[in-house]
Design a protein around this ligand. Structure first.
Ligand SMILES: [Zn+2]
Length: 398
């Protein structure tokens, strides 16, 4: 397992103690310590089964896809409700949704349920220490180039998590136990789960808390992570203890359905059938951004939106059906401040702008504004150059 000598930093005693408590908790639940046959990493597996891989993608690929399929599978929405009901029955309160546009912390967008405690962590505000269950649409752009290349990645998804500020290490393990029960109840067989311990120090923009993580892997697919931070630094008060156990809801649904592609879960099927994965992902995330009142611009959030909209997969026509589909999808999980019409118009304006910019690059004519419909842009070009054949060719060239 993790050796004491490997631990560094000011909280190594606290991390060591959390690790020892975790080991004895898991031993009681009949998880044993094993080494991965491929990478040698130590991990925990159920004693009664012969799991010999840490379950990371690099060690086994998506081995879970070969497992027997369930006759009936749940949509992510239904699965989210089922997990919520389980947690509510165990006394958890449902956390209020955060807006996608993040106002506290260090990130531009809400990227994880743990941000429900940003005010406690960054502004040192009061908090309640009762355990929460959060279901939160999030945006993570780090993996954007992997989308459509390695299956299982998307730039936006629904994060479902238990969160508890002020949690002792025993309370954290109680939260983990509720999760393992809930996953079992949903149909994930515990004998196929690997729990891989890792000690890390994520950078939350100035605050770098040491945490003990268990990666929760299912035959090649990382379903989620269980994080315990025993001492988050504060200026005006004692350090904070935090339990954060989070999953990708769509990944959980994929683990259960075992459809050939992750994008079959993200739908619609008429698009995943023709493998428009990159387009589905870009439209899905842009829809969430625009519906959350992100304004396209050349900096910060607006520039991230703009960069996604420039992806060639988005195409040069507004895909109304796809935008509508994802607008409705997100509406199942969060209140969207902008209307569908505003969202469609936002995407349309970006498509015009990108097309106009492409034409501008070819003509070198800089004084026609880019933020106008492409038809109007072409008409203005015709005023400069009456050769209609030339203007039509400019439009058609990619
Ligand atoms: Zn491995």
């Amino acid at each position: 397992m993790v050796e004491r000598a490997q631990l560094i930093g000011e909280n190594k005693d606290l991390i060591w103690s959390a690790l020892k408590t975790t080991e004895s908790f898991l031993a009681q639940k009949e998880w044993r310590e094993v080494e991965c046959r491929s990478c040698g990493s130590p991990f925990f597996a159920k004693s009664s089964y012969n799991l010999d891989s840490c379950g990371s993608y690099k060690c086994t690929g998506y081995e879970f896809l070969a497992e027997p399929k369930k006759k009936k599978t749940l949509s992510p929405q239904r699965l989210g409700s089922k997990i919520s009901s389980h947690f509510i029955s165990q006394g958890y309160q449902v956390a209020a949704r955060l807006p996608i546009v993040n106002q506290t912390g260090s990130t531009l967008f809400t990227g994880t349920c743990g941000q429900v405690f940003d005010n406690a962590i960054f502004n040192e505000q009061e908090y309640k220490s009762s355990p929460l269950l959060a279901i939160q649409p999030v945006i993570r752009l780090q993996g954007k180039d992997l989308v459509g290349v390695t299956d299982g990645f998307s730039t936006s998804f629904v994060n479902i998590a238990s969160e508890q500020m002020g949690a002792s290490k025993e309370q954290h393990l109680q939260n983990l136990n509720t999760w393992l029960d809930s996953l079992s109840e949903s149909g994930i067989y515990m004998g196929t789960i690997s729990l891989v311990p890792v000690v890390g120090t994520p950078d939350w923009g100035g605050i770098k808390p040491t945490g003990l993580t268990l990666r929760i892997n299912y035959l090649g697919l990382e379903l989620g992570v269980s994080n315990y931070f025993p001492a988050i630094r504060q200026d005006s008060r004692d350090t904070l203890k935090m339990s954060d156990i989070s999953f990708g809801l769509e990944r959980l649904a994929w683990a259960l359905s075992k459809t050939p592609s992750y994008f079959d879960v993200l739908g619609p099927l008429d698009r995943s059938a023709v493998e428009e994965y990159r387009k589905m992902d870009r439209i899905r995330t842009i829809t969430l951004m625009l519906a959350s009142h992100v304004t396209p611009s050349n900096k910060d959030r607006g520039s991230k939106l703009r960069s996604l909209a420039k992806d060639p997969s988005v195409g040069d026509k507004v895909d109304l059906e796809l935008i509508e589909y994802y607008y409705n999808w997100w509406s199942n999980f969060i209140d969207l401040p902008a209307s569908l019409t505003e969202t469609v118009n936002g995407i349309r304006a970006e498509i015009y702008r990108n097309k106009n910019a492409g034409i501008q690059n070819k003509t070198g004519i800089k004084d026609i504004p880019l933020d106008i419909p492409t038809e109007e842009y072409l008409q203005q070009l015709l005023l400069r150059n009456p050769d209609i054949g030339y203007v039509k060719r400019l439009f058609l060239e990619k």
